[in-house]
Design a protein around this ligand. Structure first.
Ligand code: AN0
Ligand code: CP
Length: 317
């Protein structure tokens, strides 16, 4: 594997899940693969889970790891080509990226959507500069439009907990005080559309996701109706994708918060969220603390999804 940005990069999804469950049972079986290899993780944005789980996955594989927080101690980077650099940015990404490539074998990049320019975000401008100019395999740790390590971990979690062959999985928008990217719901939809699940997306009107991610998923604007018979509720906030509201908050309707009354409409569904989560905005305390809440094992599976991806990249070096 040379790049990891979407579900297709995993090839046969059933084989990928099988590999993940094997890796989970025996995390240190491939320690030889990463000997004298270095994984560089570059963060343009904050992280708790991605930072720890990806580093742990690389260490499980015997790799050395380096973490660069671009906004803490590195030079301020220009990212647009053609700019006269007379401002506060000392270095261009076009030099910084190939330099980073000198010191590692695999690179992970976290660079959120900026909501300044939809094309800049949706063309994955930053991630693609890493893919093009680092000379190394590159994986997304949440970039402009996708968070595929999260979505793969989510799929592994659903596989582990599902009680029927083809569960009903509902991605539900929920309110949040700040404008958040579409990356998590985009990748979740990307994966669920390929998985053996009955997939429904529910959100207020105006929150339609990009067609390349939503594809033929069922859209249900009535959240209560969507929850009926659900086996998994996957809550997440995102800002609007559609023009002219790209990156904007259109609703903070607290009736969309996932509470026990809504969960009672489901088929005793499991509750999922990628975290970090704002309690009593996205989900009530009692639901996230309930025995059907999977948020902790779901986060734990981030180590596994990262390990499968890094393992495959090492095997292809
Ligand atoms: C980010 C987002 O919604 O994309 C990261 C989630 C993994 N969340 C926040 O910024 C709160
Ligand atoms: N879910 C997730 O990616 O969390 P972090 O932003 O803490 O890495």
């Amino acid at each position: 594997m040379k790049t990891y940005t979407n579900v297709k990069d995993l090839g046969d999804l059933n084989l990928a899940i099988k590999e993940a469950l094997e890796v989970k049972k025996n995390r240190y079986a491939y320690k030889h693969l990463g000997e004298n290899k270095t994984c560089l993780m570059v963060f343009f944005n904050s992280s708790l889970r991605t930072r720890l789980s990806t580093q742990k996955a690389a260490m499980n594989l015997g790799m050395n790891t380096m973490v660069l927080d671009v906004n803490q101690g590195a030079w301020k980077l220009e990212t647009e080509r053609g700019v006269i650099m007379d401002g506060d940015k000392s270095e261009h990404l076009l030099e910084a990226v190939p330099v980073m490539g000198q010191f590692c074998d695999i690179i992970g990049v976290r660079s959120f959507a900026r909501f300044e320019n939809k094309a800049f975000d949706y063309e994955e401008t930053i991630l693609n500069q890493f893919i093009k100019y680092s000379g190394k395999p590159v994986f997304s740790m949440e970039s402009g439009t996708v968070h595929p390590l999260q979505a793969f971990a989510d799929l592994i979690t659903i596989e582990e907990y599902k009680k029927k062959e083809r569960p009903k999985v509902v991605l539900s928008w929920a309110p949040h005080p700040r404008a958040l990217p579409q990356a998590v719901p985009n990748s979740f939809a990307d994966f669920m559309n390929e998985a053996n699940v009955d997939f429904v997306i529910t959100h207020p009107e105006g929150y339609e996701l990009a067609e390349q991610f939503a594809r033929n998923a069922k859209i249900e604007y009535n959240q209560d109706k969507a929850f009926e018979g659900a086996d998994f509720i996957y809550a997440k906030n995102w800002s609007a994708y559609q023009d002219p509201n790209y990156g904007k908050i259109l609703s903070q309707d607290m009736s969309w918060t996932v509470d026990s009354k809504k969960m009672a409409l489901t088929n005793n569904a499991f509750f999922m969220h990628c975290l970090p989560v704002r309690r009593n905005m996205i989900v009530t305390d009692d639901v996230i603390e309930s025995p059907t809440s999977l948020v902790i094992p779901e986060a734990g599976n981030r180590e596994i999804s990262a390990q499968v991806v890094i393992k495959r990249m090492l095997e292809a070096l």
